[in-house]
Design a protein around this ligand. Structure first.
Ligand SMILES: Nc1nc2c(ncn2[C@@H]2O[C@H](COP(=O)(O)OP(=O)(O)O)[C@@H](O)[C@H]2O)c(=O)[nH]1
Ligand SMILES: [Mg+2]
Length: 255
């Protein structure tokens, strides 16, 4: 059955500089070429993770908010994982996608992601292309090095076959989203890995979808010793936190 609606969740933390242009780009596409390319209503939810800048005011003042296409979901500051969880559980669409508030993934990439959800419960955007090239080449060298270290740690016992766990562009059928995000506990950037782990553990079908992506300046990530410790700890504990989670469906293919 074709899907009838989509909720797009955008976690935002102190994004007053980047969110305006990003929403301009998003709605220009949704109201323009997107009408044909993605013929289903899209509701956008910005989860404001306790920002101390003008993020919330910016969203409230948008014409799309008055038109009911854009919603602000304010939550107490809790990290990207907590904000995405709140948005995914709040979402009412048949399909639920989360994306970065800087539109690092252009809106037209919703088309292949949604197409993948015709045959899968979850679809993960991946910056690695079929020819082996990597969209993360637009990141600074130090970020790419951190990314490789992260993946090495994650692949020790959490990640399985997914090569680009940290792409902030992932979609789900609502039933799978409700089930997975109700169990999600990690609030740091490791939440992506946790979600991938939970999808496999619950036996949902997933697909990896190569997408376009560019590094947008003004990253909110502040790497340092504290974040490194947090990431290592969260990666270590993910399987332990979920050791009692069982498959949702008997007989579904192991991923
Ligand atoms: N809720 C929440 N979102 C965050 C936080 N840090 C980053 N984000 C969001 O995560 C997304 C990607 O962030 P960005 O800083 O561009 O990360 P990068 O592209 O990996 O450098 C954006 O939507 C940010 O607003 C945070 O502490 N809380
Ligand atoms: Mg970014």
């Amino acid at each position: 059955m074709p899907h009838e609606s989509l909720t797009l969740v955008l976690p935002a933390y102190n994004e007053e500089a980047r969110l305006g242009p990003a929403l301009d780009e998003l709605f220009a596409w949704l109201h323009g070429p997107g009408r044909q390319a993605l013929p289903l209503p899209v509701h956008v939810v910005v989860v404001d993770d306790g920002s101390s800048d003008g993020t919330a005011d910016l969203v409230r003042a948008r014409p799309e908010a008055a038109a009911g296409e854009l919603e602000l979901l304010p939550v107490p500051h809790g990290g990207k994982g907590a904000a995405v969880r709140a948005g995914m559980l709040h979402a009412a669409g048949d399909l639920v996608v989360f994306a970065d508030a800087d539109m690092a993934t252009p809106p037209d990439q919703l088309v292949p992601l949604v197409a993948a959800l015709e045959t899968a419960d979850a679809a993960y955007g991946s910056r690695i292309q079929p020819d082996g090239s990597d969209m993360r080449a637009s990141q600074p060298a130090w970020r790419r090095a951190l990314g490789r270290t992260f993946h090495l740690l994650a692949s020790v016992w959490v990640v399985g076959p997914v090569q680009d766990t940290q792409c902030g562009f992932k979609g789900f059928r609502r039933e799978a989203a409700r089930d997975v995000f109700a169990r999600q506990k990690i609030t740091s950037i490791v939440f992506d890995v946790e979600v991938i782990f939970l999808v496999r553990r619950r036996g949902y079908a997933f697909r990896v979808v190569p997408i376009r992506w560019t590094d947008v300046r003004g990253s909110r990530m502040h790497p340092g010793f504290r974040l490194a410790l947090r990431v290592a700890w969260d990666l270590f504990r993910t399987p332990l936190v979920h050791r009692d989670v069982r498959r949702a469906r008997a007989g579904s293919p192991a991923a």
